[in-house]
Design a protein around this ligand. Structure first.
Ligand SMILES: Cc1cc2nc3c(=O)[nH]c(=O)nc-3n(C[C@H](O)[C@H](O)[C@H](O)COP(=O)(O)OP(=O)(O)OC[C@H]3O[C@@H](n4cnc5c(N)ncnc54)[C@H](O)[C@@H]3O)c2cc1C
Length: 385
């Protein structure tokens, strides 16, 4: 067991968490990342109670180690009325685990700092070949043999097609502008996470990041904008000019250079399996967005990525003598969970996609209790034992 080798492709949240888990199990891990530096983004994100539990299972406390801010209240509203509102506590009701907002770069640093001495990191390494017969991954000049490959290379993973056949990526037809405002410039904040639904598929959300400041995200219809950040900032100002405060305050406090623009895409349907095994009794497993990029409207991708890694570790511990058995167990446990999150995320995406006031009408029609129970049941994931 001690000389087993894993190759992890991609050092996003899923890849880092998988490398931590494998090194804790005594594996030698090569972590291959195409970017020059291992670094998170200057962006806020929500980590649901399930993700907080997964992080804890990795030995990281979301509030103490990552500076996560527990969310007191989640509020979904239209411009004129609150449509749904529930306390963060209902989501972790069984064990009191909070859902938190975190700064992505701080979370990333915490994960990097937990990589054990048996993890060798290879930045600036773009994996271009995966050999599923002899089980190896390589770039243009090198090759890493493995007993297990974890493909954590994000939504555009070419490996997903190798494992599952074609799994279509859906373009949601909207883009999201996001920004983090440093604490000294941030508007007055409280510990609520709010998302406001407007007409024509526009939405604006904001949340507190504690000492890291405040974050906001604005969803608008259309494709990626080619203009300069300065012009993009002016456009956002115009698109949300008639929205009530604090929307304007968040936009005004943001410098154009702080804007990040992201397309919204997701994989649907969820692939039928997440792993492949080889004759050598080894295997390949997909993790994070590479396996199941869900519609980001419910902000579940990061939590699912952490859950994947923790579940993989559990499955390998359960049947240490057989990687194929462990991967079959992993699929059995993960598929149901991921399908459920993907289904609810897609449904929420469909509601939000109704333009011309349809989304607002649907939001009014959906009972608050339904939203609350869906949110609570998604967040109740526990690390398998
Ligand atoms: C607008 C938006 C808002 C979101 N908000 C939230 C939120 O609030 N909370 C939340 O939990 N989630 C959120 N998500 C989802 C979340 O960002 C993703 O689910 C999560 O980052 C997935 O992590 P990952 O490690 O699987 O993939 P990625 O973060 O995509 O990491 C993949 C890594 O693989 C590397 N890579 C790719 N190809 C190769 C290759 N060939 N060789 C080597 N390396 C390679 C990449 O450089 C990258 O580092 C949001 C997503 C969007 C689009």
């Amino acid at each position: 067991m001690h000389n087993r080798r894993a190759v992890v492709v991609g050092a996003g949240v899923a890849g880092l968490a998988s490398a931590i888990v494998l090194s804790k199990l005594g594996w030698r891990v090569a972590l291959l990342e195409r970017r020059e530096r291992l670094k998170g983004d200057d962006l806020g994100m929500i980590l649901w109670a399930s993700g907080v539990r997964a992080l804890r299972a990795l030995g990281i406390d979301a509030t103490l180690d990552v500076g996560g801010i527990p969310v007191d209240r989640f509020e979904i509203r239209t411009e004129d009325r609150i449509s749904s509102s529930f306390g963060g506590a209902v989501l972790g009701a069984d064990d009191g685990t909070p859902s938190v907002t975190v700064h992505n770069a701080i979370l990333y640093e915490a994960l990097v700092s937990r990589l054990g001495p048996d993890v060798e990191v290879y930045p600036a390494t773009q994996v271009s070949r995966i050999d599923l017969v002899d089980l190896a991954a390589g770039d243009a000049s090198r090759r890493w043999d493995a007993d297990l490959i974890v493909a954590a290379d994000g939504i555009d993973s070419p490996t997903r097609n190798l494992v599952t056949g074609p799994a279509p990526t859906i373009d949601a037809g909207v883009v999201v502008f996001r920004a983090t405002i440093p604490a000294h410039r941030a508007p007055e904040r409280n510990s609520d996470a709010v998302e406001i639904y407007g007409s024509d598929r526009r939405r604006f959300g904001y949340a507190d990041l504690g000492q890291a400041g405040a974050c906001w995200w604005a969803t608008v219809p259309g494709g990626m904008r080619p203009e300069s950040p300065q012009i993009q900032h002016e456009l956002i100002n115009r698109w949300f000019a008639d929205w009530s405060e604090p929307v304007g305050k968040y936009i005004a406090a943001t410098r154009p250079s702080e804007l990040v623009q992201q397309p919204v895409r997701f994989v649907w349907p969820v692939p039928p399996k997440f792993h492949a095994i080889t004759d050598s009794r080894g295997g390949l497993v997909l993790a994070g967005d590479a396996a199941h990029a869900v519609a980001p409207i419910l902000a579940y991708g990061g939590s699912l990525a952490l859950e994947d890694a923790v579940t993989l570790g559990w499955a390998l511990r359960r049947t240490p003598e057989s990687i194929p058995d462990a991967l079959a167990t992993y699929d059995r446990v993960r598929l149901g969970r991921v399908r459920r999150v993907a289904r609810v995320s897609r449904r929420a995406h469909s509601i939000a996609s109704g333009g011309g006031g349809v989304a607002k009408g649907l939001l009014r029609a959906v009972p608050d209790s339904w939203v609350q129970s869906q949110a609570a049941s998604l967040a109740d994931w526990q690390p398998p034992r």
